[in-house]
Design a protein around this ligand. Structure first.
Ligand code: AP5
Ligand code: MG
Ligand code: ZN
Length: 216
C-alpha cells in the first residue's frame, strides 16, 4: 500500500508515519528528514537546501524530486511506503505520477490531516526528537514515559530542529497554503483523497487513519 500524508507543518505527519511503520510495516519517506540528513552530512544536496530550509521556504522542486526518485528505487519500498512531506507542489505531484507509472506502482490513498493554523505553532514550538533514533516527542502532548529517556532506544540526548521557531513557522505555513494546499483538489479530482481530524489526540488520529486504510 502506498500512501501520502498531506498536511501543514506540525499536522502530525511524522508522528503518524512513525506509527504506521510499526503497525503496517510501511517505509516512511520523509523529504524533510532526508534533507536534514543531507545538510548534516554537508552533501551537495544539503548545501543547496540549507538556506531555503532555514528560511522556511520550499527547496527547489528538482532537488526533492531527485532524492525521492532515488529513494523509491530501493528494495524496501516494494512492500509499500508512506510519503511524509512530499509532494508539496503541483510539479512534485506530477513528477510523482510519472515515477509511479514508470514503475507500475499505484498510489492508494492521500490522507489529508486537517489542523487549525493556531494549533500548529504550539505543536512545533514544543517538538523535540531523540538524538540517537529520531523518535519524536512534545513538551506537552507526547512526553517520554520516563522523563529525559527515549521510550524507543533509551537515549538521553534530544534535539530540536533549527527551523522550529515562531518566525519560520509563519513562513512555512504561508508556503503550505500557497504551494501545497492546491494538491487537495488535485487528488480529490482523482478520487484518492480522504480526510482525518488532525485536531484529535494522537491516538485518535491513528485510529482514524487505521479505519481509512482498512477500508481498502
Ligand atoms: P518537513 O520536515 O516536512 O516539515 P513540515 O512539513 O514543516 O512538517 P513537520 O515535520 O514540521 O510536521 P509534521 O506534520 O511531521 O508534525 P509532527 O508529527 O512532527 O520539512 C522541513 C523543510 O524541508 C521545509 O520547510 C522545506 O524547506 C523542506 N522540504 C521538505 N520536503 C520538501 C518538499 N517536498 N519540497 C520542498 N521542500 C521541502 O508533529 C509536530 C508536533 O506535534 C510533535 O511534537 C508531535 O508530538 C505533536 N503532535 C503530533 N500530532 C499531535 C496531535 N494529534 N495532538 C497533539 N500533538 C500532536
Ligand atoms: Mg515531519
Ligand atoms: Zn531514541
Amino acid at each position: 500500500m502506498n500512501i501520502i500524508l498531506l498536511g501543514p507543518p506540525g499536522a502530525g505527519k511524522g508522528t503518524q508515519a512513525q506509527r504506521l511503520m510499526e503497525t503496517r510495516r510501511l517505509v516512511q519517506l520523509s523529504t524533510g528528514d532526508m534533507l536534514r540528513a543531507a545538510v548534516k552530512a554537508g552533501s551537495e544536496v544539503g548545501r543547496r537546501a540549507k538556506a531555503f530550509m532555514d528560511a522556511g521556504q520550499l527547496v527547489p522542486d528538482e532537488v526533492v524530486i531527485g532524492i525521492i526518485a532515488d529513494r523509491i528505487e530501493a528494495p524496501d519500498c516494494k512492500n509499500g511506503f508512506i510519503l511524509d512531506g512530499f509532494p508539496r507542489t503541483t510539479a512534485q505531484a506530477e513528477a510523482l505520477d510519472r515515477m509511479l507509472a514508470e514503475k507500475g506502482l499505484k498510489l492508494n490513498v492521500v490522507i489529508e490531516m486537517k489542523v487549525d493554523d493556531t494549533a500548529l505553532v504550539e505543536r512545533i514550538a514544543g517538538r523535540y526528537a531523540c538524538a540517537k533514533c529520531g523518535a519524536g516527542y512534545h513538551d506537552t502532548f507526547q512526553k517520554p514515559k520516563v522523563a529525559g529517556v527515549c521510550d524507543n532506544c533509551g537515549g538521553t540526548e534530544f534535539t530540536r530542529r533549527a527551523d522550529d521557531n515562531r518566525e519560520t513557522v509563519v513562513t512555512r505555513l504561508a508556503a503550505y497554503h500557497a504551494q501545497t494546499a492546491p494538491l487537495l483538489p488535485y487528488y480529490r479530482a482523482r478520487g484518492v483523497l480522504r480526510e482525518v481530524d488532525g485536531m484529535a489526540s494522537i491516538d485518535e488520529v491513528s485510529r482514524q487513519i487505521g479505519r481509512v486504510l482498512d477500508s481498502f
